[in-house]
Design a binder for this molecule. Structure first.
Ligand code: FAD
Length: 387
């Protein structure tokens, strides 16, 4: 067993941290307050090759391994969780499934603009009546000549307003209910209308949209993978995507820990720094331990993915533990800062708001427990629950 990062992994980690400390972290509070989507940050990340992590160089990417990508997401999210999720959705929910499931022609056509950061990617699965139970989606793709006409409405689509490429799921077989009969399509922004910007508890530098597709004509060249096998694309995408969300949670918790630790050394009560009160020491010890444990789970899942091993169980465990840990420990960070923690003078209240979503998207904690239970009990998926 080797817990050392490779020189290349350390280099990507240091490069991202340096960029995040300079270009992201100083603006994060303002973006949060003003709900700014920092589009130019993604152009700059693309210049560093970081919008095409894990993408081979022949498709315009940086050709890194998955663990390097995960290290990068942690660093971005430590500075701003909204930037973290924008890159996570763009990469693991759009670019990588196009690489995995696309034909040579689809890879050459759709991946380079994403990997070079010219297009942002959006993953459009969720609908008003189809979240955890994604297989009940209603967006329809009606046969039309040798292609389809797609119509439907999707909800809470990260990057929707700024995306150039959508990976969108629609029902090609109206006679089949549930996961079977769903297909995956690659759509351009021209096919998609953005109808609403969602208002959220946090993650204000990320954009979350309702979108509508009306009678969009697509040819066979827009079908990703086989007809009727789109649910497999979605589930396999989420298996990997969850490791990214776990890294996002880890980055948020790490940021909260660093602020809490520094504050505990500075703030005095009863004649000494609060770090010298045992109650505060115990909180800091738990924070440090839980962050370590989450990081080990996240890195193990990424390492398995790099080996080409199944990651369904390991990814679900990493996401479940890291996201619940981030919610708990960002709350503890507020507690360590006392009244200041509740104000916008310090960033911990933002971390707390941002951490909460990691327990919900790319599969809620309840769904992660179902996935883990199925794996340990050797059960098949009974329904279409977002596994
Ligand atoms: C900010 C944000 C960004 C998002 N980005 C995207 C995106 O880019 N693309 C996309 O497609 N979607 C996106 N989503 C949607 C997200 O993935 C869903 O919200 C999530 O999967 C949960 O679905 P739901 O909200 O419909 O909850 P529901 O499925 O209605 O669940 C409600 C509650 O019931 C529980 N529950 C449901 N089924 C079961 C069960 N079988 N057993 C036990 N408990 C259960 C859930 O865990 C939850 O606690 C985003 C959501 C948000 C808020």
């Amino acid at each position: 067993m080797d817990f050392e990062l490779s020189p290349e992994q350390r280099e990507i980690q240091a490069l991202t941290r340096e960029f995040a400390d300079r270009e992201i972290q100083p603006h994060a509070a303002t973006w949060d307050r003003e709900h700014t989507f920092p589009r130019d940050v993604f152009t700059k990340l693309a210049e560093l090759g970081l919008m095409g992590a894990c993408v081979p160089e022949e498709y315009g990417g940086a050709g890194t391994d998955f663990l390097s990508y995960i290290l990068m997401l942690e660093e971005l999210s430590r500075a701003d969780a909204g930037v973290g999720v924008t890159v996570a959705v763009h990469t693991s929910a759009v670019t990588l499934p196009l690489l995995t499931f696309g034909t040579d022609e689809q890879r050459s056509r759709f991946v380079p603009p994403l990997a070079r950061g010219e297009h942002l990617g959006a993953f459009a699965l969720t609908e008003a009546e189809a979240g955890s139970d994604a297989g009940s989606l209603r967006t329809r793709a009606e046969p039309d000549g040798d292609g389809w006409r797609i119509s439907g409405a999707k909800q809470w689509i990260t990057n929707g307003r700024y995306a150039g490429t959508f990976l969108l799921f629609a029902r090609t077989d109206a006679t089949t209910a549930g996961a079977r009969g769903v297909s995956a399509f690659v759509l351009d922004a021209d096919d998609v209308q953005v109808t609403r910007d969602e208002e959220k508890l946090g993650l204000h530098s990320s954009i979350t949209n309702d979108i509508v597709v009306e009678n969009a004509r697509v040819g066979r060249d827009r079908l990703l993978h086989e007809e009727g096998k789109g649910f497999r694309v979605a589930m396999q995408t989420l298996d990997g995507g969850r490791i990214g969300i776990a890294a996002q949670a880890l980055g948020i918790a790490q940021a909260a820990y660093e602020v809490a630790l520094a504050y505990a050394r500075e703030r005095h009560t009863f004649g000494k720094p609060i770090a010298e009160h045992q109650a505060i020491q115990q909180k800091l010890a738990d924070m440090s331990m839980e962050i370590d444990a989450a990081r080990l789970l996240v890195h193990r899942a990424a390492w398995l993915k790099d080996r080409g091993d199944p990651v369904t169980e390991a990814g679900a465990k990493a996401k479940l533990f890291a996201s619940e840990m981030a919610r708990r420990q960002t709350a503890e960070a507020i507690q360590i800062l006392g009244g200041y923690g509740y104000t916008k003078e310090f960033p911990v209240e933002r971390y707390y708001r941002d951490a909460k979503i990691t327990e919900i998207y790319e599969g809620t904690s309840e769904i992660q427990r179902i996935v883990i239970a199925r794996a340990i009990l050797g059960l098949q998926a009974a329904g279409a629950a977002r596994a």
